[in-house]
Design a protein around this ligand. Structure first.
Ligand code: RRO
Length: 296
């Protein structure tokens, strides 16, 4: 009863592991499969390996996390090796997330990920922590999506920044460029200051806020996308920590929900959300289709 069709990719349930919070390894993909995730998104990968920003790169606040990671990752080659070696043992689909610095890189990385076994590609045009490949608004995002669309025939999702004024025009332009769906949203640009030291807490100075504080922003963004594009795929991501949060995203219009920051408390949250959603729907005699986008 919880199966989801995400732009043609079949998920056993709507709980998608969001990009970035966990590491990058074959073992981790296998673990998340065993824990019952509906899909697993990789850490956003760059063409070359990156070590990321100076430490500290994460700070925990009472309402979420602020990170200034700076896309630390092993590069496309190792990412593809990890995916390729995991795929024969996995029943969960992998969404390969890319943070390209050019259309050429986007094309190459998307094609390598699909060849390695990824079921969909997420184009991350919204990392707040790197100036060169960070938040790309409409023109640049359109260029990257077009490049990927010419190269692969799996669904293309775009991870969008909440720092968009006109959501309607933004998502329409990306959809026309070839995006089959959206991961909404990435982190909100943020900053934390140590008052005793009179210095920024994070090594990268400015970072991205995730967790419960951003949930209403993400819910609003999902709602705006759904009202604009009734049939597009949406992974509602931002502060989902319980089945009620997941239900809220789905009622705003999401097909699936991303879980990231909540994983800091352990992987059991995956099952809690899945079980909670199932009970809620069973008790009311409803399906996911019945509640998706139900709010007027
Ligand atoms: O690695 C990061 O700094 C990072 C990425 Br790629 C992203 O998409 N969002 C974020 O908050 N941090």
């Amino acid at each position: 009863m919880l199966e989801v069709d995400l732009a043609g990719v079949k998920l056993r349930n709507p709980v998608v592991i969001a990009s970035g919070i966990l590491g990058v390894s074959r073992g981790l993909f296998l673990r998340l499969d065993r824990e019952g995730a509906g899909a697993v998104t990789t850490k956003s990968v760059t063409f070359e390996p990156r070590s990321g920003n100076p430490m500290p790169n994460v700070v925990e606040l009472e309402f979420g996390l602020v990170n200034s990671m700076g896309i630390p990752n092993p590069g496309i080659g190792i990412m593809c090796e990890e995916i390729r070696s995991a795929i024969p043992h996995l029943s969960v689909p992998i969404i390969g997330s890319i943070a390209p610095s050019s259309a050429e890189e986007a094309r190459t990385m998307a094609s390598l990920l699909v060849e390695a076994g990824a079921s969909a590609v997420e184009v991350n045009t919204s990392c707040p922590n790197v100036s060169d490949i960070g938040i790309n608004l409409v023109n640049r995002s359109v260029e990257l999506v077009k490049a990927v669309d010419r190269e692969v025939n799996v669904p293309i999702l775009v991870k969008v920044t909440p720092h968009v004024q006109d959501v309607q025009s933004f998502v329409r332009a990306l959809h026309e460029a070839g995006a089959d769906g959206f991961t909404a949203v990435n982190t909100l640009k943020a900053m934390v200051i140590d008052v005793d030291l009179m210095r920024p807490v994070l090594g990268g100075v400015i970072g991205g806020l995730s967790g419960p504080a951003v949930r209403p922003v993400a819910v609003r963004f999902v709602y705006e996308i759904r009202k604009t594009l009734p049939d597009v795929a949406i992974i509602g991501t931002g502060g989902v920590e319980s089945w009620r949060d997941a239900a809220e995203m789905i009622m705003a219009g999401a097909n699936a929900v991303g879980v990231g920051t909540a994983l800091r408390k352990g992987l059991k949250v995956i099952n809690e959300i899945v079980d909670g959603l199932r009970s809620f729907l069973t008790e009311r005699g409803l399906t996911l289709d019945d509640i998706r986008g139900i709010v007027p």
